[in-house]
Design a binder for this molecule. Structure first.
Ligand SMILES: NC(=O)c1ccc[n+]([C@@H]2O[C@H](COP(=O)([O-])OP(=O)(O)OC[C@H]3O[C@@H](n4cnc5c(N)ncnc54)[C@H](OP(=O)(O)O)[C@@H]3O)[C@@H](O)[C@H]2O)c1
Length: 339
């Protein structure tokens, strides 16, 4: 089986976690990105790995970079600048495409390209396979279970601190599109005044104030879950950290490079008066993105995925089985299985 996985943006903060996780799983990362010196430095830490330098705007170089790989994992954000080019190139080469975007318009771009250009459907195209986007999508899918329609999905994201990387900050500057939620079964702009409420997260987070702040999961959920409403809330303290230009980048507190940041995501899915919940907790939103996307890659390679071109994580994978596979090493699943 071809186990070569191109990691684009391999030398970024998230890219490094992804490279390490793929190696741990016996897959073979191919190190890629636009900075030859940074790739050389990274390959010095992982001798023997192939290095392919390519600018996103250079179609020929990108095509050469993806040649022969089984999948592309794009970790280079802002994804509004990289997602579509890499997804298009991967699909053309017959390689699966995954990225870790939290940007709603970047996911929409890729879904739209699938629909408008009728991309081949024998490879998977899974944007947002990450902490934001993929994890709440999988939790909501698992919680919804056998319900074929739901009245409301509420995603609550608790983070005790947010030490943002430069990539996160740059993505925030780049992505100025109005954020979207689902109302009456349609994507609509968020209300001008964001809703604020208190949320009781599983331990160790406990009670936190959260504010309406949707990420890419709204787009992925709108793609496959028949929901009348989808709303996401984020801990206000985390948003304050992000908005403060003085908040430092994450720093490692363990040998795997994780920061001390703790997170919990809880999803409530409602139909009529019935309610189902699922939640997951863990450490470091950047680090946990690596097992999420690497698990997805493994499942695509070994056939444990419903491949149909561009799709949401929850429609590509068996959500409950996927999340269970990451527990307890990477995720603590609370209020689980969903009642
Ligand atoms: N959804 C989630 O939960 C989640 C989780 C983790 C990360 N992310 C997202 O992933 C992205 C990367 O985050 P990070 O923490 O890894 O940031 P980072 O450490 O700053 O790394 C950013 C990487 O992206 C590359 N890059 C940016 N723009 C590029 C372009 N136009 N062409 C080629 N390469 C480009 C950078 O290369 P250069 O150094 O050459 O610019 C670098 O390798 C951000 O958008 C972040 O929001 C999302």
């Amino acid at each position: 089986m071809n186990r070569d996985i191109l990691v684009y943006g391999a030398y970024g903060h998230t890219g490094r976690f992804v490279v390490a996780e793929l190696l741990r799983r016996g897959l073979t990362p191919v190190l890629s990105g636009r900075n030859a010196a940074a790739l050389k430095e990274l390959s010095g830490r992982h001798p023997g790995l192939d290095v392919r330098v390519a600018e996103v705007g250079d179609a020929q170089a990108l095509t050469a970079a993806v040649r022969g790989v089984a999948a592309v994992v794009n970790c280079a954000g802002p994804f509004l600048d990289t997602g579509l080019a890499l997804a298009t190139t991967a699909v053309a080469a017959g390689a699966h495409y995954l990225d870790v975007t939290a940007e709603q318009p970047a996911v929409r771009q890729v879904y739209r390209a699938q629909d408008e250009h009728a991309w081949r459907t024998d490879v998977a195209v899974v944007p947002a396979m990450a902490f934001y986007g993929g994890l709440p999508d999988l939790l909501a899918t698992a919680a919804a279970g056998d319900w074929d329609s739901v009245d409301e999905v509420v995603v609550a994201i608790g983070i005790d601190r947010w030490w943002p990387t430069e990539g996160t900050r740059e993505t925030g500057r780049r992505n100025t599109a109005t954020r979207l939620v689902v109302e009456d079964g349609r994507l609509v702009p968020v209300p001008e005044t964001a809703a604020v409420r208190d949320w009781e997260f599983p331990s160790p987070l406990g009670s936190r104030t959260v504010i309406g702040n949707p990420f890419s999961e709204v787009i992925t959920l709108a793609r496959h879950l028949n929901a009348s409403a989808v709303h996401t809330y984020l801990a206000t303290a985390a948003l304050d950290d992000l908005r403060d230009a003085g908040t430092p980048a994450p720093s490692a507190v363990d040998e795997t490079g994780r920061s001390a940041q703790r997170f919990a995501i809880e999803v409530v899915v409602r139909r009529g008066t019935a309610e189902r919940r699922a939640s997951a907790a863990g450490q470091d939103i950047y680090a946990v993105t690596a097992p999420l996307v690497a698990e997805a890659v493994e499942r695509l390679l070994d056939g444990r995925a419903g491949i149909r071109g561009a799709a949401a994580p929850g429609e590509t994978f068996d959500a409950g089985d996927f999340l269970a596979a990451l527990s307890p090493e990477h995720l603590t699943l609370n209020r689980w299985p969903a009642p």
